[in-house]
Ligand binder design. Sequence first.
Ligand code: HEC
Length: 207
Amino acid sequence: MISPRHLFHRVRFTKLILIAILFVLPISVSQASDSAPKQLDISDTDFRCMLDMTPVRGFYVDNLIDGKLEETMAIAKAEQGIYPVGSVVQLVPTEVMVKHPKGFNPATKDWEFFELNVADNGTEIHKRGFVDVVNRFGGNCFACHVKAKPEFDMICETGHGCDPIPLTPQITQLLQKTDARCGSRYTPTAEELELLKKLRASLSADS
Ligand code: HEC
């Protein structure tokens, strides 16, 4: 036998569950999907002196969304996994990859490729896009990076499956240290200046 008091409680309980299903759950579901941005607006000012980013092995990382750098760092350190939205990855001052929200561009696994012009007064985006950005060496970013094995999320480093770049680790480090946006934090030696001069001369004047 259910006493009237029990029945009252039961009805009240059922009502509460109904209210939760109708009102509370939809709110939390919509909040969950809102926590990841639907779109990232990326402009010149989102890029900065490479040396102020966080170094991981030979490259540098950042995240354009406040509080998300730790998540980017975790993947970069693990050397595998899917980078979180907002991740910025750079090896040299003029080439960057930025991660858009999931599903934004399935072909590039949501990475956008950028080629930048950098100067002491800041950054200018020279080229940007997904599968069709070509760098100063005449190479298509996507065509190389897509060769990285799936577990590396298009990050090439060495041994991930990409075709090699024509830069030695010595030169990439020198390019990082002499990023024009970093002020004169590093003074290159005469030999290094010569290396930089040769590199500039080997690049086509306007690509
Ligand atoms: C010839 C193939 C090739 C092309 C073209 C190319 N990359 Fe890469 N990229 C590589 C390789 C290989 C590395 C790793 C080099 C190393 O760590 O020594 C690399 C490194 C990078 C990194 C550091 C993270 C990583 O993948 O190791 C970024 C960011 C990057 N490239 C962006 C670009 C962008 C942007 C473009 C076009 C503007 C571009 N790359 C064009 C092959 C290429």
